[in-house]
Design a protein around this ligand. Structure first.
Ligand SMILES: NC(=O)CC[C@H](N)C(=O)O
Length: 306
């Protein structure tokens, strides 16, 4: 059983690993965050919420936004078109911002690597980046049950100024005929969606919705079609932690999506949502302390899927 005591023990265990990690160095605004922050929030389907550590400190959602944009793109373009024409559903074994496979395989391997997420972002409807971002923001607020969620302008500008690798990916995708429309408009939306501020509490709620088959547990509104919630949980398991997904499945054993802001979202189907925040990252770009918290909980509670 999950108790406040157990969550605190997990936090203590995770803390020892924060010093081994580093904040994301390639985005100046993220580099300067206090790397010793660490927090975990759990929410179950009966409405029990437990929190330990820095669960109310805002951080940028980064790649966890790729869950939200994927749901919008499935709605706008249809799953068939998206998964047959635009992106695959297989892990790459390469870093999240890798470009190497784009020349040999035209479609990005999956929607959670940067190339895949930029492609997915181009499939979202809206007359310009402003309109796309408005839709993204509104849906993120719903998924997190928090109307206050907003853009972190400084991080957005920092990403835009230093995002040349993402620019390279996007132009390559355009040249291959995968990315349609205006490349700069697409990138502008992509940088903004990565730069939305959330907390571990917000991410726990989003995870709870995914764990509850896409249904908001408070008002029973279906926010994600159940078959897509299932598909997304599966993709989180195989690709959610990038080239660390296999090891995470072995040591922790459940679906998760990380971001270089330090967040990890974990939906435990029919059970609970977990949100973790710890900006010290390991060499794969996943929260070093956050992974250890999840490993501790998985072992103590015996909740690995395997
Ligand atoms: N892994 C991540 O969180 C990457 C997102 C980041 N905004 C980037 O594009 O590089």
């Amino acid at each position: 059983m999950l108790t406040e005591e157990l969550l605190k023990d997990a936090l203590q265990y995770g803390k020892a690993f924060t010093k081994l990690g580093m904040t994301a160095q390639y985005i100046p605004q993220l580099r300067d965050v206090n790397k010793y922050y660490l927090g975990v929030c759990t929410m179950d389907l009966d409405g029990n919420v437990l929190e330990a550590g820095d669960t109310r400190i805002p951080f940028t959602i980064q790649s966890i936004s790729k869950l939200v944009s994927l749901i919008l793109a499935i709605r706008d373009c249809g799953a068939d078109h998206l998964f047959h024409e635009k992106v695959g559903v297989e892990p790459t074994g390469d870093p999240f911002n890798s470009i190497v496979k784009l020349e040999t395989k035209t479609r990005p391997f999956n929607p959670f690597i940067n190339a895949g997420a930029i492609t997915v972002a181009s499939c979202i409807k809206g007359k310009d980046a402003d309109e796309k971002f408005e839709r993204f923001l509104e849906f993120t607020r719903k998924l997190c049950n928090n109307e206050e969620i907003s853009l972190n302008q400084a991080v957005y500008e920092s990403e835009r100024e230093t995002g040349d690798r993402n620019r390279a990916l996007a132009y390559y995708l355009k040249a291959s005929g995968i990315l349609e429309g205006d490349v700069e408009e697409c990138l502008d939306f992509y940088f903004r969606m990565c730069s939305v501020n959330v907390t571990a509490h917000d991410i726990a709620y989003m995870s709870l919705v995914l764990a509850n088959h896409g249904v908001d547990p408070l008002d029973q509104e279906e926010l994600i079609e159940p078959q897509y919630a299932k598909a997304i949980r599966a993709l989180m398991l195989t690709c959610g932690m990038y080239d660390g997904s296999g090891e995470f499945a072995m040591t922790v054993g459940f679906p998760a999506k990380s971001g270089v802001g330090g967040g990890i979202a974990v939906p435990l189907v029919d059970r609970m949502g977990i949100g973790v925040f710890g900006p010290a990252l390991d060499e794969k770009g996943n929260s070093a302390g956050g992974i250890k918290i999840l490993e501790y909980l998985s072992n103590k509670m015996g909740i690995s899927l395997f």
